[in-house]
Write a protein that binds this ligand. Structure first.
Ligand SMILES: Cc1cc2nc3c(=O)[nH]c(=O)nc-3n(C[C@H](O)[C@H](O)[C@H](O)COP(=O)(O)OP(=O)(O)OC[C@H]3O[C@@H](n4cnc5c(N)ncnc54)[C@H](O)[C@@H]3O)c2cc1C
Length: 811
């Protein structure tokens, strides 16, 4: 074993082997994999190893397509061919129209990534899968590429190719400790000696938290026991004359695929179990949990009803093994929050299908700082301080119990709630608030018109549509109040704050005390990394001159790491997070100034406190920092209040608002209004796949202001011209909004993808943002948008169809 490597990957399952191979593909050969036992001796060896292309975001579809293409290449490698049954096809079943709508949307989403799915009816499902009955079945989603692979051969093939490219693989070498040095490099301690490394990667599967503990972190990953059985041969399979497609059933929570002449059937039972929560026996390797089919009887009955042939078939063997989950079910692939030179590829619950792609995106992040796709959906920093193993276990159980039931738009599942609340949460709930969650925070979605009001989840406009309309009306004609919990907020102090931010931000942002500006941070490729509201708070009895850096709710760890990474040792800048310490109350509407003036001493006139001002004040008796900014497009104030004073501020505003008819509103109304104003959401519309000019943020870029991160790359991109442009679309449909990921087309084919969409209640327009090819981006361009299986006419309109000159928020 060498005593040095640029990258050391810990763990030799599919995650580690794929990462190792892809690092060599990206050009790094000084890389090493260390495995405590044999390769694949964790979860990988006993995996059902189904490989599917299905995903609910384009990043997931794209990375799975990468897996499939790679696995085909490995299958066809004459020197070391891997057993891969590609193209058996697969069906995801549905027995509700809402579920079928979801599939119709996912067909369009996949098409944008060059992947062809098909929605088929119940008869067609039965025609393609001769074992199933059509009882209680509407239809399904067909993926022609579905198949399964030999997991051990796959890992060996990847390791073999990596070795040939110069990588080293050390088996039977448990990693026992990790020491990080002042220069951020590592010493990896193993039972066979130490290895010095620049970068370490945790690919430890269900033992990822043992490795995490060695570097002082706890990963939000928990394991579940998961069972499948293999049947004896089934005559109907032999009679079919073709391989039997994969099956995934959200009605009864099982899956199946062909295994030799029989089936492999796997279960997601309601009575499910976490595994290894209190530690894992060091001897558990190449091992399984005791099987327990009694537990899966509920779902087994569903499988029997769908595939009656199972009832007459014997079981050959049972497998019960640990499978890892995260808080939202997607893995953690990328930088470990709060650490330098440390990455992970963990929490994989469909690691065979996805592993090829995850290793690829991880290697790109390590080598180039960023991957080809925006990887936020798998970024380990997307959860912040609340992301404990305890919470993960609750969410893992919930996810397991709903394995094939995708989230509907606006669905917020109950496990692990409430996680993060403000002093107002229960008060607002008592006032009728319907709460959703954002990064673990309870947040008001809308105010229910009656206590028994409930939403029918689906992809079309529903009973919440008029509720949001009335909230928007209250805000645009009078005044509304909305709590925004969990908004990210850093306080920056020190003499170098402005020069530091100047280097980080691609435009000129005001440095003037008492003023607020918006800035965009780019990565080294000139692509959009972060968005920040910069508020220059003058010195007061509450502290010295300071800057508040405000950004999206889930961005805390992401932005903190990015800022810290670029802070020079000799720069006088201190960054402190106030994210969990304060909450925003948004006061919005033409009468908001009247309410603020009644609740807070001081002159709040347009002259004394114009748009884009910041001032410290008291709202009643509550200390607060007030920003004159608006996301709704109406005159509005963001009132930041320490949580201990939040109830006091709220009470004062409610009281002052009484005579002005103040009404509560929620996030759904905000989303509708921001689309009418051309305002964007980070990680919905602001993505690392696009630069600020492609995203329509030209006015926030000052190329001649001096150096800033990403400038050179952006200048090159300017010369090359945009690949896509963000546009606003008005869609000719009134029954459903477009959904993120939907394809936008012209007669020539797909020209773009929707990023976010909502009905604009003030303009009466069904709106969407979409990135489209430059030739389709001109105002007036006629297009179609796929909405739930229909090609709906749409056209490009100007950004901000509501009050385009922004006169209302400057009033
Ligand atoms: C029953 C079952 C069926 C499944 N079916 C499918 C399926 O059909 N399709 C699909 O895509 N996925 C499926 N999965 C999930 C899939 O198998 C996993 O996502 C995948 O195998 C995880 O791979 P991994 O590399 O992350 O972890 P592992 O395979 O567990 O690898 C981690 C490795 O790290 C090593 N390690 C740990 N600690 C140390 C240390 N200190 N030092 C050195 N090495 C260490 C371990 O020995 C192990 O080899 C299934 C899982 C189960 C349990």
């Amino acid at each position: 074993m060498r005593d040095q490597a640029r990258v050391v990957i810990i763990g030799g399952g599919i995650a580690g082997c794929s990462a190792l191979y892809h690092l060599t593909k990206e050009g790094w050969s000084d890389v090493m994999l260390i495995e405590r036992d044999e390769l694949t001796s964790g979860t990988t060896w006993h995996s059902a190893a189904q490989v599917t292309n299905f995903g609910m975001t384009q990043t997931m579809i794209g990375l799975k397509s990468h897996s499939i293409a790679l696995y085909k290449e490995l299958r066809d490698d004459p020197e070391y061919p891997v057993g891969y049954n590609y193209g058996d096809g697969g069906i995801r079943l549905a027995n509700t129209e809402a579920h079928m709508d979801g599939y119709r949307h996912f067909v369009s989403l996949a098409a944008g990534m060059g992947v062809d799915f098909e929605v088929i009816d119940a008869e067609e499902c039965a025609r393609r899968h001769p074992l199933i009955s059509t009882e209680n079945l509407l239809g399904g989603l067909w993926d022609p590429t579905d198949g399964h692979i030999d997991p051990a051969q796959l890992c060996q093939a990847l390791a073999r190719r990596a070795r040939l490219a110069g990588a080293e693989v050390n088996r039977h070498t448990p990693v026992t400790g990790l020491t990080q040095h002042a220069d951020h490099t590592w010493t990896v301690h193993t039972k066979k000696g130490d290895v010095k490394a620049e970068i370490v990667v945790n690919a430890g599967g269900y033992r990822c938290n043992e490795i995490g503990a060695m570097m002082g972190v706890s990963h939000p990953v928990a394991s579940m026991e998961h069972q499948y059985f293999l049947t004896e041969d089934i005559p109907a399979i032999a009679e079919a004359g073709h391989r039997i497609p994969l099956l995934r059933c959200p009605i009864s929570d099982y899956y199946s695929r062909q295994e030799k002449g029989g089936l492999l059937v796997g279960f997601y039972e309601q009575d499910c179990r976490t595994w290894g929560m209190d530690g894992i026996d060091p001897k558990f390797t190449n091992d399984l949990c005791p099987d327990d089919l009694d537990r899966v009887m509920d779902v087994l009955e569903g499988a029997f009803a769908r595939m009656p042939a199972l009832m007459e078939t014997g079981i050959r063997s049972i497998v019960n093994g640990p499978i890892t989950y995260t808080i939202d079910g997607a893995p953690l692939v990328g930088p470990i929050p709060g650490k330098r030179n440390a990455f992970c590829i963990i929490g994989l619950r469909a690691g065979l299908g996805e592993g090829g792609g995850h290793g690829w995106l991880l290697a790109q992040q390590i080598v180039h700082g960023e991957a080809e796709y925006d990887t936020w959906v798998i970024d380990p920093r997307r959860f912040t301080g609340h992301a404990s193993v305890e919470l993960t276990a609750l969410k893992a159980i919930e996810d397991y119990q709903n394995e094939f039931r995708f989230h509907f738009p606006h669905e917020h599942r109950p496990a692990g709630r409430p996680m993060k609340t403000t002093p107002l949460t229960s008060l607002l709930a008592a006032e009728g608030a319907e709460l959703g969650t954002v990064n673990g925070w309870e947040r008001v979605d809308y105010i229910k018109p009656s206590p028994d009001f409930s939403e029918t989840l689906g992809f079309r406009f529903n009973e919440v549509h008029p509720v949001v309309a009335s909230e928007v009306k209250a805000v645009s004609t009078g005044v509304g109040l909305c709590e925004v919990s969990g908004f990210n907020r850093f306080e920056l102090t020190g003499t170098d704050v402005h020069s530091f931010l100047d280097r980080m931000i691609c435009g000129r942002v005001t440095k003037k005390a008492g003023r607020v500006g918006l800035g965009y941070l780019l990565n080294h490729h000139g692509m959009l990394k972060a968005e920040a509201t910069i508020a220059n708070i003058p010195a007061s009895e509450r502290g010295p001159d300071r800057v508040w850096y405000g950004s999206a709710a889930a961005s805390e760890f992401h932005d903190m790491d990015w800022l810290n990474l670029h802070l020079k040792p000799d720069e006088d800048v201190t960054i402190r997070s106030l994210t969990n310490a304060q909450t925003i109350l948004v006061l919005a509407g033409p009468k908001s100034r009247d309410v603020l003036s009644a609740a807070a001493r001081g002159d709040w006139s347009k002259q004394a406190f114009p748009w884009l001002s910041v001032r410290e004040a008291y709202i009643g008796i509550a200390p607060a920092t007030v920003l004159g900014v608006s996301f709704s497009g109406e005159l509005a104030y963001e009132i930041h209040v320490p949580n201990e004073s939040l109830a006091a501020a709220y009470t004062a505003l409610r009281k002052a608002g009484e005579q002005h008819g103040l009404q509560l509103f929620g996030a759904r109304a905000v989303d509708s209004m921001r689309l009418e104003k051309g305002f964007l959401h980070w990680k919905a519309d602001i993505l690392t796949e696009f630069d600020p000019l492609e995203t329509g943020l030209d006015r926030f870029v000052t190329l001649d202001k001096g150096d800033f991160i990403g400038r050179e790359a952006l200048m090159q991109r300017v010369d090359a011209g945009p690949k896509r442009k963000l546009v606003t679309l008005a869609i000719d449909a009134s029954d459903a909004p477009a959904h993120a990921g939907a394809s936008v087309k012209t007669a020539a084919g797909i020209v773009g993808t929707v990023t976010s969409a909502e009905w604009g209640h003030r303009t009466g327009l069904n709106l969407a943002y979409a990135f489209v090819t430059p030739s389709s981006s001109e105002e007036g361009q006629e297009l179609t948008v796929d909405i739930l299986g229909q090609s709906v006419p749409a056209h490009v309109i100007a950004f901000a169809p509501y009050d385009p000159k922004h006169e209302r928020m400057r009033a």
